[in-house]
Design a protein around this ligand. Structure first.
Ligand code: NAD
Ligand code: DAU
Length: 359
């Protein structure tokens, strides 16, 4: 039985990954989820699986050496799947330090603990151990409109404190692979969407605001392009890279699904109008008049676009959920989970929202 240490499993992608793994492998795996439960970590995301015998939650900060080492001492970890990070670009612009702490120092702490637990006296590692570092396409910087793609050998050129800290973490993993022969893979994925995403990110924020009849704040001219991938396809890509990816390799993950932000916002309004029942009062305010152009994000990357050729060829991964289907499923999920939304949009989140958008 493979034992996985998942970090940041109470967040958006981590929770989707854990659900995917239990749906796929049932009782044949064991998962230990180490999460500090920051504002972005929500135990509610995992309530359907929290009583499983083969699932353990550990509240731990990945920068806490002792806590991390204890997890390795008490469990024979085969695979680390490292999601834990500060993940929101706007927050990194306001408060960069916590991004360096969690994303760079936290990754270093985890790498050290895994190396200490796994490395044999002769400097080799037992067969089957792997550290999967989950990273982002933002490390490659910004592409011009309509031209070029991110490949695995595209030079790193991060432009926000968030992407710089993720680039730092990737380079540490690369250095461990080179210096110690540390068994790892890095995946650099494009923008994810789907259930359980914290409503500070574009898609859940727009769905939530549209349902509440609030303004939809579009940064700049709304023409920045992101390459959207349904989160379950990302979870499956990680699973496949763990099983089939060549050690020490990086794989870009994305599905050639580029959209301008304004197109996404209009699609959300259109689909909500189609999906909400005829007698739902909220239909009345669902018009494009809600769209409000606001001040642009500082250093706003213009376009991201992944070339997924390597993962397709070497690992056999392809996205399964096309955008038209995925975005409809996602929108339905949010209006069918009003209680989830109500919980995450109260308290600390509300204060953050007010300071960010001055409302
Ligand atoms: P998220 O913000 O939703 O979740 C992050 C999780 O990490 C939360 O559960 C949080 O509590 C936990 N965490 C934060 N600091 C921690 C610490 N110091 N110790 C332990 N746990 C801590 O993030 P997400 O969107 O799910 O992203 C997960 C990973 O995937 C990140 O590494 C991110 O860079 C990467 N990624 C995200 C996307 C995307 O579109 N969201 C795309 C590509 C890559
Ligand atoms: O590309 C992968 C990255 O995608 C991940 O590494 C990050 O963790 C994840 O947050 C995401 O980063 P983005 O900055 O692309 O995502 P965000 O949802 O914050 O914004 C998407 C686009 O929408 C971006 O061009 C900014 C714009 N935007 C965002 C918000 C929150 C708006 O126009 N208005 C908004 O209110």
């Amino acid at each position: 039985m493979t034992t996985f240490l998942v970090t940041g499993g109470a967040g958006f992608i981590g929770a989707n990954y854990i659900h995917y793994m239990f749906r796929t492998y049932g009782d044949d795996i064991r998962i230990i989820n180490a999460d500090a439960l920051t504002y972005a970590g929500n135990p509610e995301n995992l309530k359907e699986i929290e009583t499983r015998d083969n699932y353990t939650f550990v509240k731990a900060d990945i920068t806490d050496k002792e806590a991390v080492s204890r997890i390795f001492a008490e469990n024979d970890i085969d695979t680390v799947v490292h999601f834990a990070a500060e993940s929101h670009v706007d927050r990194s612009i306001t408060d960069p330090e916590v991004f360096v702490r969690t994303n760079v120092l936290g990754t270093a702490t985890l790498l050290n603990a895994a190396r200490a637990a796994w490395e044999k006296e002769d400097g080799t590692y037992p067969e089957g151990k792997k550290f999967l570092h989950v990273s982002t396409d933002e490390v490659y910087g910004s592409l011009p409109e309509g031209e070029g793609y991110f490949y695995e050998d595209t030079p790193y050129a991060p432009r926000s404190p968030y992407s710089a800290s993720k680039a730092g973490s990737d380079l540490l993993v690369r250095a461990y692979m080179e210096t110690y022969g540390f068994p790892a893979n890095i995946t650099n994925c494009s923008n994810n969407y789907g259930p359980y995403q914290f409503p500070e990110k574009l898609i859940p924020l727009m769905i939530h605001n549209a349902l509440e009849g609030k303004k939809l704040p579009v940064y700049g001219d709304g023409k920045n392009v992101r390459d959207w991938l349904y989160v379950e396809d990302h979870a499956r890509a990680i699973d496949m890279v763990i099983k089939k990816g060549r050690l020490f390799e990086t794989y870009n993950v994305g599905g050639h699904n580029e959209k301008q932000n304004i197109e996404i916002v209009k699609t959300i309004i259109d689909i909500l109008k189609e999906e909400l029942p005829e007698d739902d009062q909220r239909r009345a305010h669902l018009t494009y008049d809600l769209i409000t152009y606001v001040e642009d994000r500082k250093g706003h990357d213009r376009r991201y676009a992944i070339a997924p050729d390597k993962i397709r060829k070497e690992v056999g991964w392809e996205p399964e959920t096309m955008f038209a289907e995925g975005i409809r499923k996602t929108i339905r999920w949010y209006f069918e989970h009003e209680e989830w939304m109500a919980h995450v949009t109260s308290g600390a989140y509300q204060q953050y929202y007010e300071s960010m958008y001055h409302v």
